[in-house]
Ligand binder design. Structure first.
Ligand code: CP
Length: 306
């Protein structure tokens, strides 16, 4: 299939994404049919940064396809702690595995890894830059729960500066007709200009930037909440000042549309009150479930087993 690696959400065309979503639907409907399709294949999971969902869902995905996994979740247990370069690590791991999912704190590291790898590299998050497989999960969730990917007003709230899932989602949604964005953040955490200019303004997409969530609750079809990214801040005081900027609770949900959905890449800290979990518009745990199926479909495609 397609590109050998997935580094950036724009690496695949809209048509290629449709193929992945179609396969994900097939897997959801008949998982048994795919349960041995990756027999003999090994996924390497190189996680230089913490993860629950991405790492586990990649691993569960490969196991459910009949393949095996090896990897680390703590870089200090790898030879990176002895000073091995990323290039050398990737050269080695690509000898032992058939496909690699890598998360790394440095922006651009997945691209670098792809230059040295003999097997497909999947970017599982590179610093504050991109998180393309989260975007696949986000798009599949929207496609399933909002009956397609076109014509949605997408509210994105929280840390739009450092949130890599936000950057990837804006890029991806900017290709679907009728998309509008409502960007909600403190002024210190606005979407970076390069994303705004290249993917929103250049495509003549209608958008607004506001600081108060309350003012726009009733405008959006999808509300994508995000965590303030403590680990990306250079200044702890600044983080502490901004960390509680937004808390979505049952009171605010009263102003939302009946058919609006609330998404969140997770983990959450306190930006969505637990009481919202019981609202039937809360889609974030379903989103995490779709993430596993879409990663199954992605690996099948990149490995060429379907
Ligand atoms: N959404 C996401 O990337 O979660 P983890 O950091 O737990 O992998």
């Amino acid at each position: 299939m397609m590109n050998k690696h997935l580094i950036d959400p724009m690496d695949f065309s809209v048509e290629e994404l449709d193929e992945i979503f179609e396969l994900a639907h097939q897997i959801i409907n008949d998982p048994k049919k795919f349960s041995k399709i990756c027999d003999g294949k090994i996924l390497g999971t190189l996680f230089y940064e913490p993860s629950t969902r991405t790492k586990f869902s990649f691993e569960a995905a490969m196991m459910r396809l009949g393949g095996k996994i090896l990897g680390f979740s703590e870089p200090n247990s790898s030879s990176a702690s002895k000073g091995e370069t990323l290039a050398d690590t990737i050269k080695m791991v690509s000898i032992y595995t058939d496909i690699i999912a890598m998360r790394h704190p440095k922006e651009g590291s997945a691209k670098v890894a792809s230059l040295y790898s003999g097997v497909p590299i999947i970017n599982a998050g590179d610093g504050g830059h991109q998180h393309p497989t989260q975007t696949l999960a986000d798009l599949l969730t929207i496609e399933c729960l909002k009956k397609g990917l076109r014509g949605h007003t997408v509210g994105i709230c929280g840390d739009l500066k450092y949130g890599r899932t936000v950057h990837s989602l804006i890029k991806a949604m900017s290709r679907y007709e009728g998309t509008k964005f409502v960007l909600v953040s403190p002024k210190e955490l606005k979407v970076p200009n390069y994303i705004k200019q290249e993917f929103i303004e250049k495509n003549h997409i209608e958008f607004m930037e506001v600081e108060r969530l309350e003012d726009v609750m009733e405008k959006v079809d999808i509300l994508y909440m995000t965590r303030i990214q403590r680990e990306r801040f250079f200044n702890e005081e600044e983080y502490l000042r901004l960390k509680d900027s937004y808390i979505l609770d049952a009171e605010k949900m009263k102003y939302a549309r009946e058919n609006m959905i609330v998404m969140h890449p997770l983990p959450r800290v306190n930006e969505i009150a637990v009481e919202v979990d019981d609202d039937n518009r809360a889609a974030y745990f379903k989103q995490a479930e779709y993430a596993m199926y879409v990663r199954m479909a992605l690996m099948c495609k990149l490995l060429g087993v379907v």
